[in-house]
Design a protein around this ligand. Sequence first.
Ligand SMILES: Cc1cc2nc3c(=O)[nH]c(=O)nc-3n(C[C@H](O)[C@H](O)[C@H](O)COP(=O)(O)OP(=O)(O)OC[C@H]3O[C@@H](n4cnc5c(N)ncnc54)[C@H](O)[C@@H]3O)c2cc1C
Length: 461
Amino acid sequence: MLRERLIAALGSDGVKTEPEDLAVYSFDAYTDGGRPAAVVLPKSTQEVSAIVKIARDCGEPIVARGAGTGLCGGAVPTAGGVIVSLMRMNRILELDLQNRRVRVQPGVMNLDVSRQVAPEGLFYAPDPSSQQISTIGGNIATNAGGPHCLSYGTTVNHVLGLEVVDNAGEVFATSIDDAGYDLTAALVGSEGTLGLVTSAWLGLLALPEAVRVWVAAFDEMDAASEAVSAIIAAGIVPTALEMMDAVIVAAVEAAFHAGYPTDAAALLLVESAGFEEDVAASEAAIHAIVNAHGARYWKSARTLAERNALWAGRKGAAGATGRIAPNYYTQDVCVPRSKLPQALRAVEAAARSNQITVGNVFHAGDGNLHPLLMYDKSDARQVAAVVETGNVILQSAIELGGTISGEHGIGWEKRDAMTRIYSTADLATMGRVRDVFDPRRMLNPEKIFPSGVRCPEVAPP
Ligand SMILES: Cc1cc2nc3c(=O)[nH]c(=O)nc-3n(C[C@H](O)[C@H](O)[C@H](O)COP(=O)(O)OP(=O)(O)OC[C@H]3O[C@@H](n4cnc5c(N)ncnc54)[C@H](O)[C@@H]3O)c2cc1C
C-alpha cells in the first residue's frame, strides 16, 4: 500500500524498496540503525508534500536526509518509516545580487553556493569541514558550524528564510523579515523534527579585500590553548582559529603535504580577513601574542595557493586519520575558551586510561573540541574503550561549564545525554515547541529527546 502510493506520486524511479537500497540508507557518518520501509527521492516541494501526506496516512514516520554526513545519527531511521532524500532537489533557484542573497533547494552542496557566487565577488560564510559533501538542508537542520564561524557566525546567522513542508504535508514559508516570533531561527538546528526544508534563502557576504593565514607551532598544547584565549581576550577576532595536535599533523602531512611543521606538540592555524590595513594590524598583534606564549615557529601564507594548501590539510584531517586506524569516532563538545587547557588534559587522560589513540583537531577559537578517537571496529575491546572515552570527555566538558555538542547536533547519539544538561522542565518546554509543529511526533522520531521520555512526560501539565 505504502509503496504503491509512493510510486503513484513519484514514479518508480523515485522510490526505493529493495533490501540493498534500504541498507544503504540505514546509516550516516556516525552509525547505522533500523531499516526504512522505503526511501524516496522527490524532485519538487509538491512531491515532498505528497510523500508526507502518504506516510502520514500509512502511519509511517518520516526522516529527512541530505548527504548522510551527519555525525550523531540524525538521519538514521531508528524507528523505520520513510526516508526522504533531498539529494535530487539540488538546484540554485534564484540569485538576488541587489540584496546579496540566493535561494537554493536543500540538496545543493554547501561549497557549490560559494563557487556559484564567487564570480560576483560574494561567498556563503558557514563552512563545515564537510562542505564539499554536505547539503544546505542538512546544514540548516544541524545549524552547522565550521572554521570560519568564529567571526561570521553559524548557519542560523545566514539563513534569511525557509520554505518548509510540515507534518501534515502542508507548505509554509518563514522569513527573518516577518514581525513576531522568529520561526526561521526555531527551524534551524531542529534536526528534521519540526518540518522538511524544501528551499532556503541564504545571505551572502562580499569576498574580503585581503586574507592572510598563519601557522604557529608550540612545544606544548597548554601554551597553544593559552595563546588562543589571549588572542580573543586582546579583542582580536580572527576569521578562523583552529588547533591541531601532533597526531593529526603527522597524518595530515603524510596525506596532503600541507606544509605544516611535524615536530611540534600543537599548531594553531589562524586566518584574518578584511581590509589590508586591518589584516596587517592583526598579523602584528597575533604574532606578538603567540611569541609571548612560546611559539617557536611562525609562517605566513600570502598566496592563494599557500593558503589553500594550509586549509586543505585542516579540512582533510578526518580523512587523513585512515592512516592511523581503520575507524575513528569524533566527539563534539564545547567548553569556555579559558578552560581549553583543562579540557584537553581531560581528553588525553581519558584516552590514555582506555588505551585509545586520540588526535585533536578543532575550532579552538570557539572552545569547540573534536577529539578523534581511533579504533578498529572489529575489535570489541576497542569499541568499548572508545565509547567509554567519549563518555568521559562529554562529562568532563559539562563539568568545565561546557555543553554536549558544539555543532554536530544531538540526533540519536546524544539524546540521552540531554538529561545531563537539561532538567525535566527544560525538556518539557522543548517538547511543547515540538508538539506545536509535529503533535504526532512522526518527523524524525527518537531524535533529540531522551529515550524513555515519552510525550506525556514532556507535555504541558
Ligand atoms: C569529515 C566530516 C567533517 C565534518 N565537519 C563538520 C564541521 O566542520 N561542522 C559541522 O557543523 N559539521 C561537520 N560535520 C557533520 C555534518 O557534515 C554536518 O552535520 C552536516 O550539516 C550534515 O549535512 P548532511 O547533508 O550530510 O545531512 P544528513 O547527515 O543527511 O542529515 C543531518 C540531519 O539533518 C536532517 N535533514 C537533512 N536534510 C533536511 C531537510 N531538507 N529538512 C529537514 N531536515 C533535514 C536529517 O534528518 C538529520 O537529522 C562533518 C562531517 C564529516 C563526515
